[in-house]
Design a protein around this ligand. Structure first.
Ligand SMILES: Nc1ncnc2c1ncn2[C@@H]1O[C@H](COP(=O)(O)OP(=O)(O)O)[C@@H](O)[C@H]1O
Ligand SMILES: [Mg+2]
Length: 402
């Protein structure tokens, strides 16, 4: 009861924050964003770089250093005018070489096009949401014999370590920042998710700490920032940009339509590292064996993404509601994630405790609970959560100390 009265005290502030956030959301021009994203995607075929790009040639960069090599792209750090930038190159031509042995070129090209879809979807995400908090600035790119390369701002330190990166020691930075500025980090997380998920209509099912990078220091006057550095998927039918992505040779999109079902098995779930479950549909490989044997999840990503009691929402496991309709994935699915993944809000609440901020810890647990109700319609949206956080921060004497 007392807690409810405490929240009522913030009502006028909450209203003001809601209005401000509504104005910010209105400022996002989806039509102009779609035009820009379409132009960036067309660059791959017509070679015309958008006017906003300041890098169009490899020769503009120096001091390359390999960070990681995934299936779709290799990632390097470099410098541009002495500033560190991140360079991502398409690896689809490598796949073409591997595939070619005796096959027709047309088939090889179609394999390359499939792999390139992932990269195209990331370009579309970056250009569609350009300028929003938590979205790395796309600085440019070029196409040469080796394939497509694009360059983004260095978003900082991954929440978790990245292979080949000499900054292994930075793994503790997130911990230190969270302890000193739990509300600042929470705000950065909410801003980032609000941008890509609530405004953009994207969804991250490759859900792991290393997909996010952060910047900020405990004593800095600048607020901490969190960025989603890897390209998320589109929720089909949920935003104007999803059609563009859904039309690619391998759509980087997830099904989020309402549909009829008899049981949970009829409803699409997400990946294991997102739902923190053994999806009922998964049937092959090591993962299935692990699930069958109820063994601990050992895969690096899943281990860190789902460790320490992290939970996924009911609909991310595939959920048929009593009216025999699948509960669709949505931005509220990510509300649940932020409230229930151990490395997001619960971690910040524990960090606030460790930093001797009991009121902040209580508030963050309360916020996490509001974001992770079983029913998606009851969960706080990211805009709601930001308004609550800002109101709470203002209620502290002088706000959160840096
Ligand atoms: N803009 C960026 N700023 C800082 N680090 C980044 C950035 N982009 C990628 N990285 C680092 O490189 C790693 C791999 O990049 P990512 O785009 O996720 O490739 P992949 O698709 O192979 O997973 C990330 O986990 C992150 O640590
Ligand atoms: Mg990644």
């Amino acid at each position: 009861m007392r807690r409810r009265f405490a929240l009522l005290r913030y009502a006028p502030l909450l209203r003001r924050c809601f209005l401000l956030l509504a104005a910010a959301a209105a400022a996002f021009d989806a039509r102009a964003a779609l035009e820009a994203a379409t132009a960036a995607d067309a660059w791959l075929s017509n070679g015309t770089a958008p006017a906003t790009w300041s890098i169009t040639r490899e020769a503009q960069l120096e001091h390359f250093q390999l960070l990681s090599e995934g299936t779709a792209k290799s990632v390097r750090a470099a410098t541009f005018k002495r500033r560190r930038v991140i360079v991502k190159s398409d690896r689809s031509s490598a796949h073409v070489h591997a595939f070619r042995g005796g096959k027709a070129d047309a088939a090889a090209a179609s394999v390359a096009a499939m792999h390139r879809s992932e990269l195209r979807a990331e370009l579309v995400y970056l250009e569609y949401l350009r300028g929003l908090p938590g979205v790395p600035d796309l600085l440019g790119g070029w196409v040469d014999g080796a394939g497509v390369t694009y360059v983004v701002e260095d978003a900082g330190t991954p929440i978790h370590v990245v292979h080949h990166d000499s900054r292994m020691k930075d793994v503790n930075k997130y911990m230190m920042l969270a302890r000193r500025r739990p509300l600042g980090v929470a705000r950065a997380i909410l801003d980032c998710f609000r941008s890509f998920s609530e405004i953009g209509g994207f969804f991250l099912d490759d859900f792991a700490p290393h997909q996010f990078a952060f910047s900020g220091a405990p004593g800095s006057p600048r607020p901490p920032r969190l960025y989603l550095v890897d390209g998320p998927k589109a929720l089909a039918g949920r935003s104007p940009v999803s059609d563009l992505i859904a039309a690619m040779p391998k759509p980087h999109a997830l099904d989020a339509r309402e549909r009829a079902c008899e049981s949970d098995d009829d409803c699409p779930g997400t990946s294991r590292q997102h739902c923190c479950c053994c999806p009922h549909k998964e049937s092959t490989g090591v993962m299935a064996a692990e699930c069958a044997g109820r063994r601990r999840l050992v895969h690096h990503n899943e281990h860190t993404a789902c460790a320490d009691g992290s939970r996924g929402s009911p609909e991310s496991k595939g959920l048929c509601n009593p009216r025999k309709r699948c509960v669709p994935l949505s931005s509220r699915t990510h509300s649940f994630d932020v409230g229930a993944k151990a490395w997001l809000l619960p971690f910040l609440a524990d960090s606030a405790d460790r930093g001797k901020r009991p009121r902040t810890a209580t508030f963050l647990r309360h916020l996490a609970a509001n974001m992770s109700y079983v029913g998606p319609w009851r969960r706080a949206s990211f805009s709601d959560a930001i308004a609550m956080l800002d109101a709470f921060n203002r209620s502290l004497d002088g706000g959160e100390a840096a």
